[in-house]
Design a protein around this ligand. Structure first.
Ligand code: MN
Length: 516
């Protein structure tokens, strides 16, 4: 783990991601060559690769370990190294580089077998051409300019998606691009074999939050299964009073607690119940090895409150979540939390709730009934209890706060029958300046790009869900890379979007997936 990352993970309690740690994950750096050049040149290749790997491994913008592998020179060595990567538990992907020329037919077998994400670093060991001393020996060592093209042809010929990063390995922007990709690869790794729990089914009659869970497991590697809410209630009811007292102490240290929830307040029992739900829910998730979950207000039999603060705090800890049985968004939230782990800012379940249609400054107010992730809070949340018209249960306890003014985006995952679509819209988070005395939920304001009307028109044409993952630290490029690793469609609405082009994107994409 590099120093800055360690600092970020341990000192900034506000952005904690307790159950996500990608710093022990590895990417393997594999340099391709051949025997043509003789042992002296190959020793030089290995030395140069080691120097590059040392720089990448100690880079503050690359959050995972970069591990050097011996230079591969034959079909067999390539196959063995790439299949070893498939089976290495901590290996989340490979970085390849052709310092010299590596005839790419040697790569067919290995690349065909490769199951982990691939980043092709198109770099050169030497930064500048040494004009006064350059000779054919130099040329034969520093030939990535064509060696990497031979490799690139083969990856394209095999129709394999991959990331291509271009530039000198010492450049901060090159290292950042690699680091961002490793975050994406870590999220993909996290999904493989991940388990998501559903308490109750999809909200009745709702379309966009539903989908094909068999196809999702095939495409994405995670499984989604249902658990009776009664089983959860049993675990909740078994929570001890001592545990509840301890958790309430933590609430009192972490939030401004409203008066009626204090020790002598007339709603104290609601806080006790909320703490009981949180402890039971967390125990159920930990015991079952789940990385996320969904629930629904239509199926709460035996529960006294709709889980509010419980879900909010579990999301802050790193669990993926979405309401109303929306397992796709729950999984997406988890993946984006992994991508953003250790960074400032949050990744959170969100819903476009209501609009401010001021023609001069139209904005979206994002929120949910209760379940907004406090990793978005601009300052210390307040802990409050209020009635909830939906669900027919006792008043639920929730954390109330406002979001931050910062660049952000919304991403949504939909099932289109023949494919999944990841729709991404760049947004600008705004400070919530108004008092909202009668709206006791967390609220986040944003302006979508390129402008409100174009963005909303495009989102609706793109079949975008009302549930999203709102992110303050994951980029459009990362989500596009993620979609490529998954082999699914991605569409972007950003500062360059026009409706005419966006419609064209949808149509060409439709044709692509019909042929695919
Ligand atoms: Mn909802």
């Amino acid at each position: 783990m590099n120093v800055s990352m360690e600092k970020m993970l341990t000192t900034d309690n506000k952005f904690r991601t307790i159950m996500i740690d990608i710093t022990q994950k590895e990417v393997w750096f594999i340099t391709g060559s051949q025997h043509l050049y003789g042992p002296e040149t190959l020793a030089q290749v290995a030395d140069n690769s080691a120097e590059i790997v040392k720089a990448l491994d100690s880079s503050e913008v690359i959050p995972v370990k970069v591990i050097i592998k011996p230079t591969v020179k034959t079909t067999e060595e390539i196959y063995e190294t790439l299949t070893a990567a498939n089976h290495a538990e901590n290996c989340i992907g490979i970085i390849t580089w052709m310092h010299t020329f590596s005839p790419a037919k040697m790569w067919i077998r290995g690349l065909t077998a490769l199951q982990k994400p691939l980043c092709h670093l198109h770099t050169q060991f030497n930064k500048s051409i040494p004009w006064g001393t350059i000779d054919m020996d130099f040329m034969n060592l520093n030939q990535a300019a064509h060696g990497d093209r031979e490799f690139g042809f083969m990856v394209s010929r095999l129709r394999k998606n991959r990331k291509v990063v271009v530039g000198h390995w010492s450049e901060e922007s090159v290292q950042k691009q690699i680091g961002d990709w490793t975050r994406v690869a870590a999220a993909w790794d996290d999904w493989q074999g991940a388990k998501f729990a559903r308490f109750g089914d999809n909200m009745r009659f709702v379309a966009v939050t539903d989908g094909d869970k068999v196809e999702a497991e095939t495409k994405f590697g995670f499984s989604v299964n249902t658990y009776p809410v009664g089983d959860l209630v049993e675990v909740i009811n078994a929570v001890s009073d001592t545990e509840i007292d301890e958790l309430i102490k933590e609430y009192e240290e972490s939030y401004n607690i409203s008066e009626n929830l204090l020790a002598d307040g007339d709603k104290r029992s609601s806080l006790v119940e909320a703490a009981r739900i949180e402890l039971g829910l967390e125990k159920f998730l930990v015991d079952g090895g789940f990385k996320g979950f969904s629930d629904t207000f239509e199926d709460l039999h035996g529960m006294r409150q709709l889980p509010g603060i419980a879900v909010q705090r579990l999301m802050e800890k790193g669990y993926g979540f979405a309401g109303e049985g929306d397992w796709k968004t729950a999984a997406l939230v988890r993946a984006m939390k992994v991508m953003g782990s250790g960074l400032e800012g949050g990744n959170a379940f969100m819903e476009d709730y209501t609009y401010h249609l001021d023609p001069e400054n139209p904005r979206v107010l994002g929120s949910h009934m209760l379940e907004v992730d406090p990793s978005l809070a601009v300052d210390q949340p307040t802990c409050e209890v209020h009635p909830l018209g939906i669900g027919g249960k006792e008043d639920p306890v929730r954390l109330v706060f406002n979001g931050r003014a910062t660049d952000s985006l919304n991403a949504a995952l939909m099932d289109f029958g023949n494919r999944f679509r990841l729709l991404i819209n760049k947004t600008i988070g705004e400070e919530v300046k108004e008092d909202l005395p009668h709206l006791p939920v967390a609220r986040v304001m944003w302006k979508p790009l390129p402008d409100f009307k174009t963005a909303c028109q495009a989102w609706i044409l793109g079949g975008g869900a009302h549930h999203t993952c709102y992110s303050e630290n994951v980029s459009v490029e990362q989500l596009e890379d993620f979609a490529e690793i998954a082999g699914i469609e991605s569409l972007v609405i950003d500062e360059n979007t026009t409706i005419r082009n966006f419609k064209y994107d949808i149509k060409t994409s439709e044709a692509y997936y019909k042929l695919h």
